[in-house]
Design a protein around this ligand. Structure first.
Ligand code: ATP
Ligand code: MG
Length: 454
């Protein structure tokens, strides 16, 4: 009888409530998360907040990652203290954010992010603390609430686990441990509504699935393709940050495949997406190879830069723009420059690329035709160029995707290791090479464009 009654009660999440398989509070003896693995600064923040009389927990990605034996990227703290109260508790604390107010507590280079418990947004009160757009997107999310409410407003069940460093208990109000065990990325609540509130959650679903090697639970996966275009409403600066997390965290290749699968790539890189449609073999090869190299470098702790990755992602989108400009009678060299300029400007409308990356990106592109010109002292000057290494790596990348360059990459590989005498000889041989001469004279009239169809 009671069960029947319960079944008739309206379910706020719009789909069947799953029965708990684990208790809401799990004692230290029943999980494998050890306090020693938490940053001592995060422990310090939690303990000081607790001593000041507030509730405080380590929460989110770090709890999830530690349970799965990954090294957490950072440590987040959730507390009942308001941002102002948190700031008053620490000398080294700064209030940040408007859409979502937070406190950053600084310990040298480590920052502990402290968020106040939030409640959900059942109705749009349209006041100072909570605002929603017509599509249901949360424009402001500063309605404070209880611990239980805070768990419900988080994105995924696996991100809603709270660890109390003093007792060793994990608080699990959304059945996150169950999903960790079954390797599922599952939204809390009604997926459509949660994606409408914040479309970036679609990207986060894909990111966690790739990073953790989880599946996206079918109800959470189903609406994504339909809603993918909502990403167009998200500020381009936020999307740039997300793109870096998606493609430059060590699982870029896998993440890219998922972005394509869920139609989430097009709203981020519309021009590249068009190039994929027009010329799939070449474009996909280039992008996959660029991401594979990036993943490898990250695995080897070598530096990676968004300038190089963006240069690669956008390169296949250049030739159609160049052609269109040339068809309007613009000469080749200015057409190249203008196409590059316009493509980057267009990309910045979707994911703002900061200047410190667009400048080296343009250099990598501009050096591509210059790598072909090797006569006299030009090759040596090129070797001295601060961006030579990136430009050379980029050339190899183009070749690996099938671009025909007449052995240019191999030439540069040999040239770098050659003795002075050998270098002179290589440059002389170039001048004697009939094909090279022909290419040079042809290029004088019309510089070669990036090849979309190698
Ligand atoms: P990582 O730090 O590894 O990228 P994370 O899960 O810690 O993953 P953060 O962006 O650091 O992600 O966010 C911390 C926590 O805040 C998340 O675990 C989640 O509980 C909550 N959160 C973050 N972004 C959202 C969002 N868009 N909607 C709802 N909750 C969110
Ligand atoms: Mg985090």
């Amino acid at each position: 009888m009671i069960r029947k009654l319960l079944q008739k009660l309206p379910n706020p999440f719009g789909h069947p409530v799953r029965h708990r398989t684990t208790p809401a509070v799990i004692p230290a003896s029943q999980h494998n998360l050890r306090r020693e693995r938490i940053s001592r600064h995060a422990v310090n923040v939690v303990e000081r907040l607790q001593q000041a009389g507030y509730q405080a927990f380590v929460v989110g990605g770090c709890v999830r990652d530690l349970l799965l034996d990954f090294d957490p990227k950072d440590f987040d703290v959730a507390t009942s203290a308001t941002p102002e109260q948190v700031r008053a508790t620490f000398r080294n604390a700064r209030l940040i954010g408007r859409r979502f107010k937070l406190v950053h507590v600084h310990f040298g280079r480590e920052i502990i992010e402290v968020a106040t418990f939030r409640a959900g947004h059942d109705e749009d009160n349209g006041d100072e603390q909570s605002r929603q757009s017509d599509s249901g997107r949360l424009l402001r999310d500063n309605v404070y609430g209880t611990l239980e409410q805070d768990a419900q407003r988080r994105d995924f069940t696996i991100n809603a686990l709270y660890y109390n460093v003093s007792t060793g208990h994990i608080h699990d109000f959304a059945n996150g441990l169950h999903d960790i065990r079954n390797r599922q990325v599952r939204l809390i609540g009604n997926p459509v509504q949660r994606y409408q509130e914040d479309p970036v959650r679609m990207l986060r679903a894909v990111r966690f699935a790739a990073k953790l090697n989880f599946d996206i639970e079918p109800h959470s996966a189903a609406p994504i393709i339909e809603l993918a275009d909502l990403l167009h409403d998200i500020p381009a600066a936020r999307l740039f940050d997300e793109v870096l997390k998606l493609l430059m965290s060590g699982q870029g290749e896998k993440t890219f495949a998922l972005l394509l699968k869920y139609d989430l790539f097009a709203p981020l890189f519309p021009d590249t997406d068009e190039a994929i449609q027009a010329n799939p073999d070449y474009t996909l090869k280039l992008v996959h190879q660029a991401l594979r190299n990036t993943d490898q470098r990250i695995a080897q702790d070598r530096p990676v830069t968004p300038a190089f990755l963006y240069a690669a992602l956008l390169w296949p989108a250049l030739p159609p723009r160049i052609k269109a400009l040339e068809a309007r009678g613009i000469p080749s060299i200015p057409a190249h420059q203008q196409a590059a300029q316009e493509l980057l400007a267009e990309q910045c409308r979707h994911t703002t690329v900061p200047k410190r990356f667009t400048i080296p990106l343009r250099e990598i592109w501009d050096l591509q035709p210059r790598l072909e010109r090797r006569s006299g002292r030009r090759a040596d000057q090129m070797l001295e160029h601060p961006r030579f290494r990136a430009a050379y790596d980029f050339l190899l990348l183009r070749e690996s995707a099938g671009e025909q360059t007449d052995g240019l990459g191999d030439w540069w590989t040999r040239y770098q290791d050659a003795s002075e005498d050998k270098r002179r000889q290589m440059v002389r041989e170039l001048a004697d090479k009939p094909t090279a001469k022909r290419q040079r004279s042809r290029r004088k009239r019309k510089p070669r464009s990036p090849q979309a169809n190698p």
